[in-house]
Design a protein around this ligand. Sequence first.
Ligand code: PLP
Length: 565
Amino acid sequence: MNQLNIRALFPSDDGNLQQREQFMGLVKQLMEGVDALKDPESVYLKGEKDRGSHFYRELTAESRIPVAGRPLEQVNEELLKLLHGHPYHTKYFLTNILPMASTPGILGMLAAFAVNGNNLWDVYGPAGAEAEVRVVAMMSELVGYTPSESGGYTTWGGQGAIFTGLRIAINKHDPSIKKAGVPHNLYAFCSEAAHYSLFKSMEATGLGTNNLVKVRTREDSSMDVRDLKEKMEQVIRRGGVPIYVVASTATTDAMGIDNLAEIVEASEEIAAQHSIRKPHIHADSALGGFFAFFNHYDFAGNPLAIGEETLAALAAIQERMRHLHLADSLCFDFQKLGQTPYSTSLFLVKRASDLKLVDLEPDETPYVGHRGYGDYHTSYTLECSRMGSSISILSALLAFGAEGYQRLLAQFVEINLAFRRRLSEELPEAVIVNPDNPGIITLFRIYSDRKNGFAAECRGQRTKAQIQCENRLNDMLFETLGRARGEMFFGDTKKHLYVRTADGAGDIALYAAKLFVISPYTQLSDVQAIVGFLKQKIEETYAAYEALAKKEKEDEKAFVEMELV
Ligand SMILES: *Cc1c(COP(=O)(O)O)cnc(C)c1O
């Protein structure tokens, strides 16, 4: 009988050369396979993949576990086939916050996988515990928390951080809720431009999404703090209690940055006036928090010789980010601007003691922790077992250093500024609708008369029908760009700003296409080609839109004639 040597499926236990070379050979096969699929001129890896309408159904029908295992080289071939036609972060990858995993980020993961520790408890995963404590201290110091008082851990995304912030907020309001369940008069607040994570968290905690109050945004997509105050007052007048405010620093679409200093001040004022506890304030810094790397930058001396315009943009962002330490909790999605693989999100709390509020009693964790041995047991996380993703984060922090992150972010901002400049010069039809948000994202919107209708929309001078018409044109642009995404991959949003309508038909969101500078391979010299490509696609969109308008007019005429007959 041809028996598989099961041990050959594992790394060695003694560090022998033969097994290591076999392992390295397999890694080499994979990496060579990926490299063979790369094409710097395309946003996709090479290879055929027919993702027709029955793709997933067919997979479901075909996929069964093989009875006999296959040689690892063959399995590798199968894995490489998965990567065919996969998006890849080349210079024209300009969509959303989907970064490349950096080499130190990947190496950190490999180090974690090599021992496969469980980050739940330092007895099982001491490497993860050590790395976690180190990165929590590093990032705490960066934002201005006191490392000896703050706490934190890696978790399931920026969404997980928002969720845990809410759990803490609920238990701060009343620790007995842990046992008794949530009452229905507790309210959370975020801006209209906030990520939907809080919406989901309201559902998942049982508070209900009706108890989420959306605060108006200003034109720069930041929270209108006067509206926050008014809405908190309203809630209190109706017998509700504001317990949680999520400040977006920054938003995922426009990179609008809420003013934490104002939000904290307003929350404290309301709390004092009504003799309630100040709501827990979470800074949703999943994306934008990385600009805190400029908190200690010498803007006057400018040691990295960053260009003047870029420096001014970075200073404007840092002006908001320097308030991050005022938040009770916050988050760094290292899988976003931290350049590490998924999932590497770091949740931080200003006071580690807040985690006690969501911790378990010793008799509820019979297997682990609360022993004479082991000092680090994360029984306050919603997860039980946890991967040691902090090892990847630590690796990236050590390899990039503050300067590496500063350089990379400055590069992204510089390219975005160059794009905006060129777009305004060469393609004024594409109106930049987040002009007051410096950063790495540009939102642009086109209008049927090829003029700039944005100011009028913001002032509430357009009817609902007019805005819907312009949104439809932009939707057609999304489709045109989407079909051509193999060449250049743009993003888009159907929820940029909410604006008032001239006919009093309620508020309506503006659609906008999106350029997101996220690949380290996008260079200043690529900006011209990017704007040229957009020019062509926007002309195609106008042509299609006019053809459609003509056809609709004809149809209407035919219909009227029919009525007359
Ligand atoms: C990405 C993002 C989130 C969600 O983070 P995940 O890591 O995807 O869970 C929440 N808020 C903001 C502002 C984000 O950019």
